[in-house]
Every structure is written in structure tokens, then in C-alpha cells.
Design a protein around this ligand. Structure first.
Ligand SMILES: [Zn+2]
Length: 254
């Protein structure tokens, strides 16, 4: 791995950021960096605010340990799933930030277009189904979401973000938590004004122009969002109509 020490130092630094910002408590959370077939990983059971570069572990993309005296994080399978699915991604951050995790506990994704910059950078932040941490179930429930999103809420657990660089993966976690805070305060205020579908189209045009490869807010796992300016149409369907619709999409009832 080229510049290994620099990447290790950056992981240690991001560990301090996530700990001191309250994105994790105790020994929670994990951070990794991938180059080629090698992965630098935070170790199991160590506070991210007190890590040293010597504590980091190196594995291959199958999770076999290549270097380091400590054990890799128990949640390594989640990181490897991202790397094995997304060749464009080189860094992963997993944490339990309070507001984002509260959304994950409440069973809510962040899928409304409330902030133009978040629409551009993260699009929708879906909620992946609950899975037991540290087991292969975790990677399995994320499988459908990883190709389409750059940040995911993990039901009754926390959040996952990733990027081309360690800094980008960290900033995405920060943006996710900041957005969750704003959505929460907006709910307290009791009113929300959404970006209209027309303005969303303009935003997505800007995204393409600047080569931003964020997912479309209206993609899989996050429903189409109603425009708030009255131009969006609302459809009401009964349960039986909905079942009929689902059956017609999935094929005839057996
Ligand atoms: Zn966790």
C-alpha cells in the first residue's frame, strides 16, 4: 500500500473526530481504508478517540489478517461488502451518531428533499432492515442499498457512510448527522417546506453538470417525494387496489 502511514494517521484522526463529536461512545464504531486488495481496519474493542497508528490492522478483501497484533473490528464484513460491491469506494466509516441513530431506531429513512446540498451529495438516505451486528446478516441486508447510496441508516443500530477517500467518507457521516438534526428540529417547529419536483429536476441537472455521482433521491428504497407546492398529485389507493398493483408488477398470484 502506498503512503500507508499517511492513511493510518488519517484513520486515527477521523477516529478522534467521531469520538469527540459524540458520533460514537466507548469502543463503538469502525473506520477502514482500501487500496487494491488490502484494507486498513480499526481494531476490535478500542476507543476510537484513543487509537494509535500501531493499533490498526491490515486484512485482504476476504478478511484474512495480513498485519497487526490486534483483531480487526467485528463489523469488518460490512466494510468488505462495500469494497467488494463498489470498486469506486476506498473508505468506510461506521458510527452511531445520536440523531441519525434515532431515525434508525424510529424506523425512518431520510427521504424528503429539504436541503439542496444534501440532495446533491447524498440524495436519499435509506434505512436498511435490522440485522445482528458482527454477523454476515449485516452485509446481506446492505447488499441492495450499497450500489445505490453513499450513506445508509442501519435499523436499531447506527449509520454507515463511504467515499472515494477517507475524508469524503467521514464528511458524508457528518452531513448525515447534521441533516438528521435539522429534520428533527424542523419536526419540532411543526412545519416543513419541501423542494418542489421542478426544482429537484434543476438540482439533478446541476449534479450531472458537475459530474457528481450521487444517487437520485427518487431511487430504489426511498419513495418518490411529493412536491410541497401543490403541483404534485396525491393518489389514494385501498389495500386491495395496492395488492392488485403489487401482484401485477410481480406477476400473477400463484
Ligand atoms: Zn455499530
Amino acid at each position: 500500500m502506498r503512503n500507508e502511514i499517511l492513511h493510518k494517521q488519517q484513520i486515527v484522526e477521523i477516529g478522534q473526530w467521531i469520538y469527540h463529536k459524540g458520533f460514537v461512545s466507548g469502543a463503538d464504531g469502525n473506520i477502514s481504508y482500501r487500496e487494491g486488495n488490502e484494507v486498513l481496519m480499526t481494531p476490535r474493542g478500542l476507543c476510537k478517540g484513543r487509537m494509535a497508528v500501531e493499533d490498526l490492522v491490515k486484512t485482504d478483501l476476504e478478511g484474512n489478517q495480513l498485519a497487526g497484533s490486534l483483531q480487526p473490528s467485528g463489523e469488518i464484513s460490512m466494510h468488505l461488502e462495500v469494497y467488494n460491491t463498489r470498486p469506486d469506494i476506498n473508505a468506510v466509516v461506521h458510527a452511531h451518531p445520536v440523531y441519525a441513530t434515532a431515525f434508525a431506531v424510529a424506523g425512518l429513512s431520510i427521504n424528503k428533499p429539504i436541503l439542496s446540498e444534501v440532495v446533491l451529495t447524498l440524495g436519499c438516505i435509506p434505512l436498511a432492515e435490522y440485522a445482528t451486528p458482527t454477523t454476515p446478516e449485516m452485509a446481506q441486508v446492505l447488499r441492495d442499498y450499497i450500489p445505490r447510496y453513499n450513506a445508509i441508516l442501519l435499523a436499531n443500530h447506527g449509520a454507515l457512510s463511504y467515499g472515494e477517500t477517507l475524508l469524503q467518507a467521514y464528511y458524508r457521516m457528518e452531513t448525515l448527522e447534521h441533516t438528521a438534526q435539522i429534520v428533527t428540529v424542523t419536526k419540532i417547529l411543526g412545519r416543513e417546506t419541501l423542494i418542489s419536483n421542478e426544482d429537484l429536476d434543476k438540482l439533478f441537472a446541476v449534479r450531472e453538470k458537475y459530474g457528481i455521482k450521487s444517487p437520485d433521491l427518487r431511487a430504489f428504497g426511498c419513495p418518490v417525494t411529493e412536491s410541497s407546492d401543490g403541483s404534485g398529485q396525491t393518489y389514494t389507493v385501498s389495500k386491495s387496489e395496492l395488492m392488485e398493483l403489487i401482484e401485477s408488477v410481480l406477476g400473477k398470484r400463484q
